[in-house]
Design a protein around this ligand. Structure first.
Ligand SMILES: [Ca+2]
Length: 353
């Protein structure tokens, strides 16, 4: 889930972390399971962490020392085989389906007032909040069964070296482990009891510990933040996250687009990826045909390309708000699934089904 420098939303079910689609077929490295009290680097880190955070060093050593190395987590975080084709249609079908739609409708009906309050306080539409929670965990059904202390310790001290960004990710997960112990200490909850995704993302919205510390809020007024059991806290926290990452109230996330093939400059249009970089005039000059609403858009847009396996690719014009959705999880496929799930549930709600 949400991380300052890495995607959030490492959902148990989505497999849509920044390293989307970690290989499930690759044979596991046969590292034997062990506990981190046997790992001198981990114990040195524990001492440093305790000093930095002013925590009891014995307690920190005990917590990390009881963490178990999980070879499975290393395998899940290993790079996907290159050349695996992306397929938006298939990805979409995993999330826009009757079970998730019906659960989402129920969630919206059960939380109608809270969603409306979040929308008015943060400017973030209910459909986006409902879409995120649905894609992340199917409304709390799949919040992950890995012990967070095991997952984070494994990734902090034994991140797969084959990964192209192993050094950066190691630093990231060491910080998350530190944030996690700080969170547990502050909230008075035993760190050994938290469960989450293989990357340590927690609760209904799959917040990484750093995101929990920065963006999670109490939204039901009981003075505690609980992203495992309080649906109101989950709703408020997701809305607060998007507000912090630059959500513009009232701005659409994307527009449909068509091509004028006589002057289409696709390489230039796709070069900035999903970062909004072109105004209306520039997009038109490079061969895009914009509908009326898109022509009136104030601000920059990006041409977002979605592969469909061997079938023709899909394209939309993404706005700053589309980009904001990808701050939850760095994937345009993820963002489209969240947006379309929320819209589909809203359509069910308003049609009275
Ligand atoms: Ca609360």
């Amino acid at each position: 889930m949400a991380a300052l420098t890495l995607g959030v939303g490492l959902a148990a079910g989505t497999g849509a972390f920044a390293n989307s689609g970690a290989s499930k077929t690759r044979p596991a490295a046969q590292a034997p399971a062990f506990f981190y009290h046997q790992h001198s680097g981990a114990m040195a880190f524990a001492d440093d962490l305790a000093a930095r955070r002013n925590l009891d060093p014995t307690w920190v050593r005990q917590q990390i020392g009881q963490a178990q190395h999980l070879p499975n987590v290393v395998r899940l975080m290993s790079p996907a085989p290159s050349g695996t084709p992306k397929n938006w249609a298939a990805y979409r079908a995993r999330f826009i389906e009757p079970t998730r739609l019906n659960a989402g409708l129920r969630f919206w009906q059960d939380n109608r007032d809270t969603l409306a309050r979040a929308e008015s306080e943060f400017g973030v539409p209910a459909s986006l909040i409902v879409g995120v929670i649905g894609v992340e965990t199917l409304y709390g059904r799949h919040t992950g069964n890995f012990r967070v202390i095991d997952a984070l310790s494994t990734l902090a001290f034994d991140f797969p070296t084959a990964h192209p960004r192993a050094a950066v990710r190691t630093e990231f997960f060491r910080d998350e482990l530190e944030q996690f112990l700080s969170l547990a200490d502050r909230s008075g909850v035993d760190p050994q009891t938290f469960r989450g995704s293989y990357a340590g993302a927690m609760g209904w919205p799959q917040f990484m510990p750093s995101s929990w510390n920065k963006y999670a809020i109490d939204f039901d007024g009981d003075s505690r933040i609980d992203l495992f059991n309080s649906q109101a806290d989950v709703i408020g926290s997701v809305a607060n996250y998007f507000k912090a990452f630059g959500w513009h109230p009232g701005m659409p996330t994307h527009y449909p687009v068509a091509f004028d093939h006589t002057r289409l400059d696709l390489p230039t249009l796709l070069a900035p990826d999903i970062l909004p970089s072109f105004d209306v005039e520039s997009l038109t000059n490079k061969g895009l045909i914009l509908q009326e609403q898109a022509q009136q858009h104030i601000g920059k847009m990006a041409l977002v390309e979605l592969e469909n396996g061997d079938a023709p690719r899909s394209y939309v014009l993404g706005t700053d708000n589309f980009y904001a959705v990808t701050r939850y999880n760095w994937s345009s496929y993820y963002a489209m699934a969240v947006i379309e799930l929320g819209e589909a549930i809203e359509a069910m709600l308003t049609s009275g089904r």
